[in-house]
Design a protein around this ligand. Structure first.
Ligand SMILES: [Zn+2]
Length: 267
């Protein structure tokens, strides 16, 4: 294949969540749609869900390994090939400088233009969900973009990165909806892969639950078969026109000043 025929580099997205199955419950359809649209999507699981079981025989190491294998199988149902596991103990995610540094490093290494994470500001939610959502957002803005933040990473060649768009999942105030009506089968298959967590007797039952939820959404005036997010943008792509006009004005002014300056600088 000649260079001219080489496909453009895929757009990259990173999904940062607290536990295996968080992605499939909050944004599995969106992720599958991104994958169908040619995006290169990476999952980052902060914990491996190593505490949540009623089985006293299943210790944290075995449970964590089981949940990671389930997460990888679920990711593959959604068309995603790469899962990063940070293995912070389940229920003990702490928002400190060290954890934010881990988030910054993942962002700088994956270099996504879009990040999806929990809405850490939505009010009561699992402690890990809140903490991950807030720390991941702090990592996007401003930490991962400033070379002086976590400069030791930059010194080893991990460059700063600018994420343009963040979608906050599980938000009480969604302002952005993704149509996932084409993704019902893959969402069900992905959820069923979390067999140690998702108790559904079978596929039909799962489909019925999803249909009920969609009908409830429609009755409540929301868009059926959609996943809702709070969308935040940080890039220049969505800058209002007015700021383009102001920039052009400023440029013209600077040029006028510099030509005046060069005319008089010899005197
Ligand atoms: Zn969770």
């Amino acid at each position: 294949m000649s260079d001219a025929e080489a496909p453009a580099e895929a757009r990259r997205a990173l999904v940062v969540m607290a536990h295996p199955d968080d992605i499939e419950f909050t944004c599995g359809g969106t992720v599958a749609q991104l994958s169908d649209d040619g995006w290169d999507v990476t999952f980052c699981l902060v914990t491996s869900g190593d505490k949540g079981t009623k089985d006293p025989m299943l210790g944290p190491a075995d449970l964590g390994a089981l949940r990671e294998a389930e997460q990888e199988a679920a990711a593959s149902e959604l068309g995603i090939k790469r899962c990063i596991f940070l293995r912070v103990p389940d229920g003990h995610v702490e928002d400190g400088s060290e954890f934010r540094g881990q988030m910054v490093r993942v962002l700088r290494e994956v270099r996504p233009e879009l990040m999806i994470t929990w809405d850490g500001y939505r009010g009561f939610n699992h402690r890990d969900h809140r903490t991950v959502g807030i720390a991941a957002l702090d990592a996007v803005f401003p930490l991962s973009r400033n070379a002086n933040s976590y400069a030791e990473q930059v010194a080893t060649g991990v460059e700063p990165v600018r994420v343009n768009t963040v979608l906050l999942a599980g938000s009480n105030e969604p302002n952005y909806f993704v149509d996932v009506s084409d993704q019902l089968d893959r969402r069900i298959d992905a959820l069923l892969r979390h067999a140690s967590q998702v108790q559904a007797p079978n596929r039909d039952e799962m489909a019925k639950r999803m249909r009920n939820r969609s009908e409830q959404a429609a009755r409540a005036g929301r868009i059926p078969w959609s996943e809702g997010f709070r969308r935040l943008t940080f890039g220049e792509a969505r800058a209002p026109r007015r700021s383009d006009a102001l920039k052009a004005e400023a440029k013209a002014r600077a040029e006028a000043e510099s030509s005046e300056h060069s005319e008089t600088s010899d005197g």
